[in-house]
Write a protein that binds this ligand. Structure first.
Ligand code: ATP
Length: 141
């Protein structure tokens, strides 16, 4: 069986953390960012780290993105770039696309254009922590 290939687009705190964890678990991961400094930081962590603008379809094709099984789009602030990147990946036929959403409208658009998984890390983590606070208080009671 061939190895599952991952790519992380956007190496902010969220993307960087996913990239590091995948690499730590021994996964094959391609790290992509338009910022040269970020890419340099990940040269020794990811299997490959490349500078590219993910809104450029030809740049993604040149990188061989079609061979990747699961792409994580971790561009948060630039909603336009996140949506366009997701659309391009979808059209290129990527099997599994996970995207970080910045807000509820962003999430709705991502779902409509066919993102396979939409995550909202700050909101989801906030909910999880609130539940853990409540259950630890119940245990203390
Ligand atoms: P986080 O909350 O995860 O820390 P952040 O605010 O640090 O997010 P963002 O500004 O959302 O990060 O961007 C994440 C990364 O995505 C940045 O390193 C940025 O250079 C990269 N990025 C933004 N647009 C593109 C693009 N079109 N192509 C490739 N990388 C991009």
């Amino acid at each position: 069986m061939s190895k599952h290939l991952y790519a992380v687009i956007g190496l902010g705190r969220f993307g960087a953390s996913i990239c590091k964890e995948l690499a730590r678990e021994g996964m094959e991961v391609l790290a992509i960012d338009s910022d040269e400094e970020k890419v340099n930081e990940y040269k020794d962590i990811a299997s490959h780290a490349v500078i590219a603008d993910s809104t450029d379809e030809f740049a993604l094709k040149d990188l061989g993105i079609r061979n990747i099984d699961h792409v994580i789009v971790a561009i948060g602030d630039n909603i336009h770039a996140s949506i366009l990147t997701t659309l391009i990946l979808k059209e290129l036929g990527i099997d599994m696309i996970t995207v970080k959403a910045q807000n509820d409208y962003h999430e709705k658009v991502l779902n409509k254009i066919g993102a396979d998984e939409v995550v909202h890390p700050e909101r989801d983590m906030g909910k999880r922590i609130a539940h853990s606070i409540i259950s630890s208080n119940i245990l203390d009671y």
